[in-house]
Design a protein around this ligand. Structure first.
Ligand code: ADP
Ligand code: MG
Length: 272
């Protein structure tokens, strides 16, 4: 079955301010959906709302995953369903290696933690340490295979999470995270910002491979540049807390020909 994430007339507040004013958007597995719009229009707010960030209060509308509302699900339950959010500004955690972070997230998403908890509840014998994690050898094998496939340097795994990472390294880290977590739908918030051309190629190449494997991607971007390397199936234009228009390949094509200027021309038509 093809997974579908549907956002329906979503309204959300930050504090007292309404930031999302009726967002409607559909993201399907295996598709690239580009979301473009000016800074401050609410793109990141929407991404956080989908992930279930507690700062954002949904006031009306719905978010459906395969037809079922996920609004009452915690962020980790949403991740288990296969919804992944790559943050625009990932946090650094000195003392936690990238590998350990990945092992913990993979174990959570793949249900190792839940199974360990159920086992521990059934058992009277004291639980073995580390048994809630994916077995180390299995994990390392998969990690190394994926680092090679996605052109991530092997030394990367031992570095502390995002600590002193360059913009490009953080984004390569995101690709590796997606490769390991195998989300059905990934939301990439400005994965292209601040990247040099080599890093942009690695990130774009990674996204293309993951989409070919069946991942759906919502590619939030302020610039057209990454769309030269990742071809969108759909393009939505976001403005002032709403999706102003959505189109298929013809819109993608228009964007290719006329660049971001075209988005700005379209937005100039929106009544104030
Ligand atoms: N945590 C927050 N606290 C206060 N204001 C916020 C917060 N997050 C977003 N906003 C406000 O919401 C609006 C949309 O921001 P954002 O979603 O980051 O837009 P974009 O990602 O399109 O640049 C902005 O006016 C921003 O100041
Ligand atoms: Mg943003």
């Amino acid at each position: 079955m093809t997974a579908v994430l549907e956002i329906k007339d979503l309204h959300a507040n930050v504090g007292d301010a309404e930031i999302l004013k009726g967002v409607t958007l559909t993201i399907r597995q295996g598709e690239v959906h580009a979301l473009m719009g000016p800074n401050g229009s609410g793109k990141s707010t929407m991404a956080y709302a989908i992930a279930g960030h507690p700062h954002y209060t949904i006031t009306s509308g719905d978010i459906l995953f395969n037809g079922e509302s996920i609004l009452d699900k915690e962020p980790d339950e949403r991740a288990k369903l296969g919804v992944f959010l790559a943050f625009q500004y990932p946090v650094a955690i000195p003392g936690v290696s990238f590998a350990n972070f990945l092992r913990a997230s993979v174990s959570n998403v793949r249900g190792y933690k839940d199974r360990a908890r159920i086992e521990a509840e059934k058992s009277t014998v004291k639980k073995e340490i580390g048994s809630e994690l994916m077995p180390m050898r299995e994990f390392r094998k998969e990690l190394v295979t994926k680092m090679d496939r996605f052109n991530v340097d092997r030394a990367f795994a031992q570095r502390y999470l995002n600590d002193g990472f360059s913009g490009g390294e953080k984004k390569r880290g995101e690709v590796l995270q997606m490769a390991m977590l195998e989300p059905k739908i990934a939301i990439l918030d400005e994965s292209d910002s601040g990247l040099d051309i080599d890093a942009l190629r690695v990130v774009a190449d990674g996204i293309n491979k993951l989409v070919a494997d069946g991942m759906g991607a919502l590619l939030i971007t302020h610039y057209q540049r990454i769309l030269n390397y990742v071809k969108p199936d759909k393009v939505s234009i976001f403005y002032k807390g709403r999706v102003y228009m959505t189109g298929g390949s013809e819109v993608a094509h228009m964007l290719e020909e006329r660049g971001y200027q075209w988005v700005e021309d379209e937005l100039a038509k929106v009544p104030a």
